[in-house]
Design a protein around this ligand. Structure first.
Ligand code: UDP
Ligand code: GLC
Length: 381
């Protein structure tokens, strides 16, 4: 059987982990992949630059529906009907539609039904409160059980939450993210040092990096609280509010001032050069307070050959073995995070050993090739 031609559907034009992951998958499928985005943005440019055919079908009022709200507004539903008609027309010459987010899944499910094409869902969210409301979870699981031929979960934890919510286990395949190591290996020590200095980090100051969109569940506030307990430690905090969390971003700034750590926190905004930022730090922190479905930034910290500290929930323990390839701390535990950072600062040989084991593990286990193979197999069976 010829490998399938796939139409990927994503609701976002901005660059979250789901989009960066899809970028590598779609680029690897070459002429067999095309992408429809339900919002315009930098993701379209990146796809185009990687040679992936991409079209934008803006979804209007549907964009205002938040994950945790109970029901979509009537205006949003009308927009969905309009978008799904156009999407169904685009699905005419592919073998399978593949939705890359929960929002895209709803629209793609209807379009696939209308176009008479099978549907797969890249499930990248833990379908449970507090990430999602109960009615939202039930609706998504019902739709998956009745309309989806395959659910491709980004971690065992994501798969288990789907099944625990009533999702059919037979639909599920787990495919972890894979990330290209080459851009990390291309950053020289000199470039990393120049980056540190450009950000205003004093030479010799123990520095952690945290990378991710600004959102209360990503836990930037936990890192700031930990810094207040760690005199002299600096933090590079990269990212931006991608989905309207501007008030939270302002609150982080005030929190840093209030705690008296503002001069040790280097906010960079969203950056498209994650590898050099991670290599500019001595350690990498992931501090999500809710279970992280996967957590690309953890693998990226490993690829950057930095010791990683991560929140022990969701898919994270599938990436990090505590004390071996990284350090795990309970989510939201400021004291534990501060202690973990201090332990890396105070025992450099141990920190280096953890970083080396993490780097080797990430290179072996989280490759783009394995991710693409896993997705191809999941779509073909
Ligand atoms: N990222 C980035 N620049 C930033 C902040 C984040 O390129 O300023 C990238 C980061 O390198 C990672 C992705 O955004 O690849 C975030 O993915 P992750 O799976 O960690 O979390 P998500 O945001 O998808 O929940
Ligand atoms: C989602 C999840 C994140 C995961 C990414 C890629 O954005 O929040 O944990 O790493 O998808 O699958």
């Amino acid at each position: 059987m010829a490998p399938p031609r796939v139409l990927f559907v994503d609701h976002a034009g901005v660059l979250g982990g789901a989009e960066l992951s899809l970028l590598d998958v779609a680029a690897a499928l070459g002429a067999r992949a095309r992408v429809v985005l339900l919002a315009d943005g930098p993701f379209r440019d990146l796809l185009e630059r990687r040679g992936v055919p991409v079209a934008v079908e803006p979804m209007g009022a549907l964009a205002g529906v938040r994950k945790a709200t109970r029901l979509p507004a009537p205006g949003a539903l009308l927009d969905a009907v309009r978008v799904l008609r156009r999407l169904a027309a685009r699905a005419g010459d592919v073998d399978v539609l593949c939705a890359n987010s929960q929002k895209a899944f709803v629209v793609a499910a209807l379009a696939a039904w209308r176009a008479g094409r099978p549907l797969a869902w890249m499930l990248r969210d833990i379908l449970a409160p507090p990430h999602f409301s109960g009615p939202n979870v039930r609706a998504a699981v019902l739709l998956a059980n009745t309309r989806s031929a395959r659910v491709i979960a980004n971690s065992r934890a994501t798969a288990d939450a789907f099944i625990a919510a009533g999702g059919r286990a037979a639909l599920v395949r787990v495919v972890h993210n894979g990330i290209d190591a080459a851009p990390f290996d291309a950053v020289s020590d000199d470039a990393a040092l120049a980056q540190r200095r450009a950000l205003g980090v004093p030479d010799g100051a123990f520095t952690v990096a945290m990378l991710g969109r600004f959102h209360p569940w990503k836990g930037q506030q936990v890192l700031l609280d930990a810094l207040a307990r760690l005199p002299g430690v600096h933090a590079i905090v990269a990212g931006a509010p991608l989905f309207g969390e501007d008030a939270f971003a302002r609150e982080l700034e005030s929190q840093a001032v209030r705690l008296g750590v503002r001069d040790r926190v280097h906010f960079t905004g969203f950056r498209d050069d994650a590898p050099v930022l991670l290599r500019a730090a001595d350690a990498v922190v992931h501090a999500s307070v809710y279970p992280e479905p996967f957590g690309r930034v953890i693998v990226e910290g490993m690829l950057a050959r930095r010791p990683v500290i991560a929140s022990n929930a969701g898919g994270v323990p599938e990436i990090v073995e505590d004390g071996v390839t990284g350090l795990l701390v309970p989510p939201g535990d400021v004291a534990a995070l501060a202690a973990a950072i201090a332990s890396l600062r105070d025992d450099r040989p141990r920190a280096a050993a953890i970083a080396e084991r993490g780097a080797a593990w990430a290179r072996e286990r989280f490759t783009v090739a394995a991710m693409v193979r896993g997705i191809e197999e999941a779509l073909a069976t």
